[in-house]
Design a protein around this ligand. Structure first.
Ligand SMILES: CCCCCCCC/C=C\C/C=C/C(=O)SCCNC(=O)CCNC(=O)[C@H](O)C(C)(C)COP(=O)(O)OP(=O)(O)OC[C@H]1O[C@@H](n2cnc3c(N)ncnc32)[C@H](O)[C@@H]1OP(=O)(O)O
Length: 292
């Protein structure tokens, strides 16, 4: 069902399914037919590396979200792969989070389609049967941070510019309840309350201290560390690990699933407000001015 909806979006976006599907092939060579998601499969190891490639900042546009969702679904259904590393093809930026332009100046139907895709990506990541490790090789605010929080383990490159956190309040918007729940499940209630209200973006040492990430390593060791973590996790029998993961996380995803349509309606009416549109436009303007 979700795959069908996502494919509908891709077709509307003009992406050819035949070539996109090839991006998740498993014969050990890099397939890059998908525009925005590179997959490097290592079938012998049972591991695939997904590299985000949506310049300039890997923001989660509808097309990028859709390609990611389809890619994850294909890997999930291919029993060859038991572990996935998520990383950026452009070191320096892991992901700038939700694409601000998808949430600005569009119509309610677009906002609804966009939000459904954001929900879908989170659902795919949070209760994936695969072992997911985020190799965070760049800045990762808001939706970018959510992707890594949805993994099983996070390795962050030790660079003070690579901040992670849910900074929504700084944009004048509110992290939805399932972003909050994902954070609370990771760092606990009190730390989340402070981080969410203040929109904190944590540099590596603080991110490690508060538990937003599991390890901070030199930049050139992020991928190798992620690989060695995944190798350790692969030693655990899948059925036992998967049932345990489900036991820990399913209540959180069920909570969204049971009110998914209401959550979409909330998002559409919230994001359509004039005051919210103005805040987002001002934020985009601020990003532009930072450059000049
Ligand atoms: C009552 C309850 C109701 C509930 C309703 C729920 C509503 C909640 C809604 C949404 C949740 C939102 C989640 C999000 O993820 S919002 C996005 C948050 N992201 C950010 O704040 C990141 C902003 N970007 C940056 O900080 C920086 O760009 C950077 C650190 C990622 C990279 O810095 P740098 O390398 O210096 O690049 P530039 O800043 O120069 O940017 C280049 C280029 O990219 C554009 N850009 C940056 N971020 C985004 C983005 N998120 N979306 C779209 N475009 C982005 C930037 O504007 C520049 O563009 P250009 O000027 O045209 O070149």
């Amino acid at each position: 069902m979700a795959l069908v909806a996502a494919r509908g979006t891709l077709l509307r976006a003009g992406v050819r399914l035949g070539t996109e599907a090839a991006a998740c092939g498993r014969n050990g060579t890099r397939r890059s037919a998908s525009h925005r998601v590179l997959v490097e499969p290592d079938a012998a190891a049972g591991i695939a590396t997904i590299k985000f490639k949506n310049p300039p900042v890997n923001s989660l546009t509808l097309e990028f979200l859709t390609e990611l969702i389809i890619c994850l679904e294909k890997l999930e259904n291919d029993k060859t792969f038991r572990g996935v590393i998520l990383t950026s093809n452009s070191p320096g930026i892991f992901s700038a989070g939700l694409d601000l332009r998808e949430m600005c100046g569009k119509n309610p139907a677009h906002y609804a389609e966009y939000w459904r895709a954001v929900q879908e990506l989170w659902l795919k990541l949070y209760v994936s049967n695969m072992i997911l490790v985020a190799a965070i090789n760049g800045a990762s605010p808001a939706g970018g941070c959510l992707m890594s929080l949805s993994c099983d383990y996070r390795v962050l490159a030790d660079n003070p510019r690579y901040k992670v956190g849910l900074n929504e309040t700084l944009l004048g918007i509110v992290a939805p309840f399932w972003f909050r729940d994902t954070l609370v499940n990771t760092i606990g209630h009190r730390a989340s309350e402070r981080a969410l209200q203040l929109g904190l973006l944590f540099p590596p040492a603080e991110a490690l201290q508060v538990g937003m990430v599991d390890q901070v390593v030199p930049e050139d060791q992020v991928h190798s560390t992620a690989l060695s973590v995944i190798t350790q996790w692969l030693a655990i029998p899948d059925h036992a690990r998967q049932l345990t993961k489900s036991m820990m996380r399913k209540a959180t995803t069920d909570n969204l699933i049971k009110q998914r349509e209401a959550d979409i309606q909330n998002f559409v009416s919230f994001i359509s407000r004039d005051s919210i549109q103005k805040s987002l436009q001002m934020y985009i303007e601020k990003l532009k001015q930072k450059k000049s």
